[in-house]
Design a protein around this ligand. Structure first.
Ligand code: PAF
Length: 281
């Protein structure tokens, strides 16, 4: 595995790989890697000739009162994991290289970037879209792999790729979960033991919603209310949103007639967790 720190070096290497006719698979990450990230690397390994992983905690996708400063960072441990997964190139640019003095372009993804997470975290998806577009320019991947855990992010990225004509195929991989159902996330590292136990409520609520739908419930408000009621039974949990939406537009549905996406954002103490379940009826 080669460690790449400059954009020029990265662009030269991927141009060379393209000239050799190799298919480049790309896994963008902010580090603090867990099994979810490793599953993306394995998916890339299976489908592509060369695997590139980026490790960059992107400042522009964090709001002023969010956790950019304390976001878990473990570059050395991450590099060990990447080497174990037989990653070819690990790209670790500095914030100064990605956003040099005078950098003044931002991508604003329309409606899809402004609902749910976008409404509660203004500017978040603009930061994500901008850095992903920049990473695509630096790495020129053929295929890019994202985790389904960040469901809205995958929808935003698909919109970005469509609208800006990036020649990149987007693959969304299933959420990897702990034994008790908690979705793997770098932010789980913030949870105390008691909070970790309380965090199981997210998965339980998704299961509740799924069960109701499978039993024939078709009123979205009932599903949403039942999930909300369950989460409220956990004293450490505070709900940002519980949504029953269309899987592509994420718009709220009223009468359920096809597949729906159940989306949650819940605070457990000072940690904000998100999760989702796609229910195909
Ligand atoms: O999902 C993430 O870790 C980040 O949002 C991403 C895609 C690496 C962009 O910074």
């Amino acid at each position: 595995m080669r460690l790449i720190r400059t954009i020029k070096q990265m662009q030269d290497l991927t141009s060379k790989l393209h000239r050799q006719g190799r298919i480049i698979g790309f896994v963008p990450t902010m580090g603090a890697l867990h099994e979810g990230h490793l599953s993306l690397m394995r998916a890339a390994r299976k489908r592509c000739d060369a695997v590139v992983v980026s490790l960059f905690v992107n400042p522009t996708q964090f709001g002023p009162n969010e956790d950019y400063a304390r976001y878990p960072r473990d570059a050395r441990g991450d590099a060990v994991l990447c080497r174990r997964e037989k990653v070819d190139l690990l790209f670790m640019p500095t914030a100064e290289a990605v956003y040099p003095e005078g950098h003044d372009t931002q991508i604003r993804v329309g409606r899809i970037g402004e609902v749910l997470e976008g409404a509660l975290r203004p500017g978040h998806f603009s930061g994500v879209a901008t850095v992903v577009a920049k990473l695509f320019q630096m790495i020129q991947p053929d295929v890019a792999f994202f985790g389904q855990k960040d469901y809205q992010q995958t929808v935003v990225i698909r919109q970005l790729v469509r609208d800006l004509n990036f020649p990149v195929k987007i693959v969304a991989c299933p959420t990897v979960r702990e034994n008790d159902g908690l979705a793997m996330s770098s932010r789980n590292r913030y949870l105390s033991m008691e909070e970790r136990r309380a965090a199981r409520i997210l998965f339980k609520a998704l299961q509740k919603g799924k069960a109701l739908l499978q039993q024939g419930e078709r009123d979205a408000t009932t599903v949403q209310e039942e999930m909300t009621r369950l989460i409220r039974q956990e004293p450490m949990a505070k709900i940002d949103y519980v949504s029953v939406g269309h899987p592509e537009t994420l718009e709220d549905v009223s009468r359920i007639e096809g597949p729906v996406i159940l989306l949650l954002a819940v605070w457990i103490g000072k940690t904000r967790l998100i999760d989702n379940a796609l229910v195909k009826l």
